[in-house]
Ligand binder design. Structure first.
Ligand code: ATP
Ligand code: MG
Length: 255
């Protein structure tokens, strides 16, 4: 980190998150375009009041239940997600038994390897999708992201895809996979096409998701299935949109 961010700065947390991405850029995890994608996220975060809303909590609970009832869940990791949540990705994988797979739009072998080592530093094991292992293909998709690990996304029943592109989400859904997204933009194609979309900042989501998984672990399959069945993604997205229309946080007169 280049500067010490004053604790009482009104945007201290947001600045701290930016610095994590800039560190990620310098460390070879993040590409320049990733900083711009983050900016799009930040604008929606501002609009929802930079907080985890009740509808996000409901989506996180449904996501926890879906991960726990899946037989082969995978966490798909790109550069921004790795830079923002390295330790939490390892914890999530441990909590729900999901494997981790690197998948990059701006693909390079150096970046793949840098992300893998970064995650391993936090205790992640068997990070898939690196090097020669991307021999399976996602149909309905062009570009580097279609190459996946035959032990990972190719055979997964559920794919957890934070900060994802809409076309890849659609392709995974067409393949018959359950897709859980984290996306601050409730209007994105990702949010609309995923089965469960968590409209919240990924840095706030993952620790809550891990906690929720640990709490729900002792529940039986029927009660987990019922949590998933009660969740309606479009209704949930409309709640987030409603919040944005109202103004996530009220504007108070400055006196
Ligand atoms: P789509 O392809 O789904 O229509 P898009 O093209 O607008 O979306 P992309 O650039 O493909 O967006 O992906 C970035 C998405 O990730 C954006 O929707 C952005 O709001 C979201 N995003 C960025 N940073 C974060 C973050 N920290 N937490 C959650 N969501 C984020
Ligand atoms: Mg996109």
């Amino acid at each position: 980190m280049r500067i010490s961010i004053p604790k009482d700065h009104p945007r201290a947390e947001s600045l701290r998150v930016r610095e994590m991405l800039v560190d990620g850029l310098r460390g070879g995890l993040v590409v320049e375009e990733g900083l711009i994608a983050h900016g799009r996220g930040e604008s929606f975060d501002y609009l929802i009041g930079e907080t985890t809303t009740p509808s996000a909590i409901r989506a996180i609970k449904a996501a926890a239940a879906m991960l726990l009832t899946s037989s082969h869940p995978i966490i798909s990791v790109n550069g921004n997600f790795a830079a923002l949540c390295g330790k939490e990705i390892a914890e999530l994988s441990m909590a729900c038994g999901a494997l981790i797979e690197v998948n990059l739009f701006y693909h390079s072998i150096h970046r793949e390897r840098a992300i893998k080592s970064h995650l391993e530093r936090f205790g992640a094991r068997d990070v898939l999708g690196v090097g020669k292992n991307r021999t399976a293909t996602i149909p309905y998709l062009n570009g580097e992201r279609k190459h996946v690990d035959p032990m990972g996304i190719a055979v997964a029943d559920t794919v957890f895809v934070p900060l994802e592109d809409g076309d890849r989400t659609e392709a995974l859904v067409k393949m018959g996979k359950k897709v859980i997204a984290v996306d601050l933009n409730p209007l994105s194609r990702t949010a609309v096409h995923a089965h469960i979309s968590i409209v919240d900042n990924v840095v706030r989501v993952i620790p809550i998701l891990v906690q929720m998984i640990l709490e729900l672990k002792s529940e039986n399959r029927d009660s987990l299935t019922s949590i998933i069945g009660k969740f309606d993604n479009i209704m949930n997205l409309n709640e987030s949109l409603g919040l944005i229309r109202l103004g996530g946080s009220e504007i108070n007169a400055i006196t």
